[in-house]
Write a protein that binds this ligand. Sequence first.
Ligand code: TYD
Length: 211
Amino acid sequence: MTATDGRGRFITLEGGEGAGKTTLSRSLAAWLAQQGVPVLRTREPGGAPGAEAIRSVLLEQGPWDPIAEAMLHFAARREHLVRTITPALEAGIWVVCDRFADSTWAYQGGGQGLPRDAWDRLAGLALDGVAPDLTLVLDLPPDRGMERALGRGDANRYERQGSDFHTRVRDAFLAIAAAEPGRCAVLDAAAAPGAVLDAARRAVSDRLSAP
Ligand code: TYD
């Protein structure tokens, strides 16, 4: 891997609750920075002022109709993309983003029954063709993930869902990875944090070597 020339690279981290995305985001960004790559860490829902405002509505209020909920996620994402992600990529900065559009398909589609056609239309409008260069899917049996997530204290609206919901979310992430193997790499999130970072570094080196 070489330091970036021209446009940055867009890396997203996806997975269910307690999969270790935040830990990996920190360690992966630190490793990229050590290679001399300019890097920005961000997360969804949020990552821009308007998107952070929508985040608190999404995590603390509801229930929502699934389409309305997906629209709120995509509204936040659009702000995030336009104000934070795209300017960074254009400035040659690599973006490491904790959750992106695949989370809306996994949670609102897999978890809550949002029709695929609704996701496609919202994604078409909000993303305008932008897609991650690489998506790392952190895979973990839902019971283990929930044990970790609930151990952290206050559960949000999504974490309070039952294990059937979290199983559907996991299956949806794995289906995305199977459908788009060129973009997605599945990492075993039950492994130790150092091993997860090693696997992530291998995926980045193998797939994003030539800017
Ligand atoms: P957060 O506390 O950031 O959880 P995590 O550390 O697991 O990412 O809360 C974000 C929650 O929002 C998470 O439970 C998943 C949910 N979510 C969706 O349902 N749809 C989406 O499109 C996104 C981005 C997140």
